[in-house]
Design a binder for this molecule. Structure first.
Ligand code: A3P
Length: 329
């Protein structure tokens, strides 16, 4: 990058930052407010990242984009996809060399708006060999136009609303504790969530954007569910490999590699790696301890936290928002 290029990039970020600052905003999960743009909520740096990516990201048809809402199992999906796609390059049974031994999955598959289009940078991504893997929390409707134009594949991972909320609430209070601000009461958090105010929310609209996209273009968009992956990780990894055009060969199916991928990416296995116990990942909103990405990793943990009334409130919102869409949890 030349000096001049950097100056231009700074101007672009300045322009988007000034623009987003004029949007209405609401309290967010951390000290960062959530700004509202076209009906969607995101923190200021994320919104600026979305805009910078929208203007500059050039998708290739061979790219794979992982899309999720925060806390729906992004770390897991990143690890499964990376391990699967790069299984020839990095043997999944060779701990001493596998990238996961040294890097959290978030460093292996970067978020466009949290890691790629950040810090006034418009990076040149041309040198990355295909298939390039990127992740995003953007709603389908805000994806860079080049993503839909290129026809690159999108894998979406969804999670049961009450569990997703519960995970988000825990994560939020971890961030708040670090920032030494008041914890978020569950009741207040449920209110905001159900009113659509959550990072990259409204939660249900985010789901429906990708759900509709998959029904319209099933060969381009794969819609997965955390709970189903929990029940049948092997079947879902096979589905994932086929979808991205890198299916397991009959020999691989007979061998132990699929099992190896599932084990390598298993909750305990990743959580217990030193890099995930003591390391950190730099995201645009701050430096996040890797251990915060691994809490319990089960389906149904909401029962241990939500009152029946809170659960009902979320269920009713889910029912009314998803009615008529044949999407259930
Ligand atoms: P819980 O808070 O319910 O435990 P994200 O990766 O999108 O930030 O989502 C984090 C959630 O995924 C957390 O949920 C976390 O424990 C869970 N998770 C992380 N790694 C996982 C894995 N390898 N397998 C299953 N769940 C995982």
């Amino acid at each position: 990058e030349t000096e001049e290029g950097e100056e231009d990039h700074r101007k672009i970020y300045r322009y988007f930052t000034d623009l987003v600052s004029t949007f209405p905003c609401e309290p967010g999960v951390s000290s960062l407010l959530l700004y509202r743009y076209n009906g969607w909520y995101a923190s200021l740096p994320s919104m600026v990242g979305i805009m910078a990516a929208g203007r500059h990201f050039k998708a290739r048809p061979s790219d794979v984009l992982l899309a999720t809402l925060p806390k729906s199992g992004t770390t897991w999906l990143k690890s499964l996809l990376f391990a699967t796609v790069h299984r020839k390059l990095y043997a999944v049974d060779d701990d001493s060399r596998h990238p996961f031994t040294f890097h959290n999955p978030h460093e292996c598959v970067p978020f466009l708006e949290y890691q790629v289009y950040v810090d006034n940078r418009i990076p040149n991504l041309d040198a990355i060999p295909s298939p390039r893997l990127f992740a995003t929390h953007m709603p389908f409707q805000l994806l860079p136009k080049s993503v839909t134009d290129s026809g690159c594949r999108i894998v979406y991972l969804s999670r049961e609303p009450k569990d997703n909320f519960t995970s988000l609430w825990h994560f939020s209070n971890n961030l708040r504790e670090k920032e030494k601000i008041e914890p978020w009461s569950l009741g207040e958090a449920v209110d905001y969530f159900c009113n659509g105010v959550s990072p990259f929310g409204p939660y249900w609209d985010h789901l429906l954007g990708y759900w509709t996209a998959q029904s319209e273009q099933p060969e381009k968009v794969l819609f997965l569910k955390y709970e189903e992956m929990r029940k049948d990780p092997l079947g879902n990894v096979k589905k994932l490999a086929e979808f991205v055009g890198n299916p397991f060969t009959p020999e691989e199916e007979e061998g132990s590699i699929i099992d190896g991928i599932v084990k390598l990416c298993g909750f305990e296995s990743l959580r217990d790696l030193e890099v995930n116990k003591s390391g950190k990942t730099e995201l645009v909103f701050g430096s996040v301890e890797n251990k915060l990405f691994f809490r319990r990793g089960v389906a149904g943990d909401w029962v241990n936290h939500l009152t029946p009334e809170m659960a009902r409130r979320i269920d009713q919102t889910t029912e009314s928002k998803l009615r008529g869409h044949r999407l259930t949890f």
